[in-house]
Design a protein around this ligand. Sequence first.
Ligand code: FAD
Length: 307
Amino acid sequence: PFDVLVVGGGPAGAAAAIYAARKGIRTGVAAERFGGQVLDTMAIENFTSVPYTEGPKLAADLERHVREYDVDIMNLQRAAKLIPAGDDGLVGVEMENGAVLKSRSVVLATGARWRQLGVPGEADYRNKGVAYCPHCDGPLFKGKRVAVIGGGNSGVEAAIDLAGIVAHVTLIEFDGKLRADEVLQRKLRSLPNVDVVVSARTTEVLGDGQKVIGLLYEDRGTGKVESLALEGVFVQIGLLPNTEWLKGTVELSPRGEIVIDERGATNVPGVFAAGDATTVPYKQIIIAMGAGSTAALSAFDHLIRST
Ligand code: FAD
């Protein structure tokens, strides 16, 4: 068995594996896709001490760093079920291929995925004007016009944030009204360079072959299709944690995030969690790495107390 088995090979999982391996204990990483969301990213400019890198390069750097240590990397392996420890004190992780990996402690770091609009143009112009993370990509749109799709808290927060950077923001909400907290809505309405459009169904992201040039939405009241000329579209309709496989074993929040304490512990003994899959506030690379380190150190602490 492993001492620490990490499930997930994004920034959180990589950091957890390095911290665990440096304790000289048997460490494994099982990941569906080593690198995680970072693989889908282009420019990364907020990873402190690295002024500029790109997703695929950072993903390769993560893997190279993990491979510096004696870590058993099991890539392209999807976990299907967590089996809490029985009398033998070993937690099981059942993989989709039926194999069961056993470990004295587990770090869950399966990350999250942005909910997509699913309209024409969205995938084609991803990273070419279509963005999902205002903290990451906001500055790329300095002085430009953007739309934010989604009028929940994250959409309205994104619109307020972006309004301070870009020339103009159009917030587009499908429903008849915004769902964000009133205090956020009040702040939004006070901003001179934000328009809010409700009852609007985004139907297409328009581009010129290279980058975004606008979007189309249907006014759900009149059925009329309207077009907006702009350079960026921030999709803020939800971040979905990759935790479906944990339902019924680990405590999840109403949004499906793994509930952790400040040490990264879940409600299941010997099982820790880190990164975008958890209730940690703010989903960022540097935050996921810090959380992965915390979870691995907590797992080590658990091990030295349980022998
Ligand atoms: P992830 O990166 O999501 O990794 C999860 C890992 O778990 C992957 O290896 C995945 O394959 C694996 N996995 C999932 N389910 C299973 C399963 N059942 N079994 C086994 N393995 C599984 N952040 C920044 O700080 N700066 C940026 O500029 C930035 N830009 C971004 C741009 C885009 C387009 C996106 C999508 C995100 C961006 N982010 C950025 C956010 C950042 O990528 C995430 O916060 C970070 O990757 C989270 O790390 P994580 O390890 O928690 O999860």
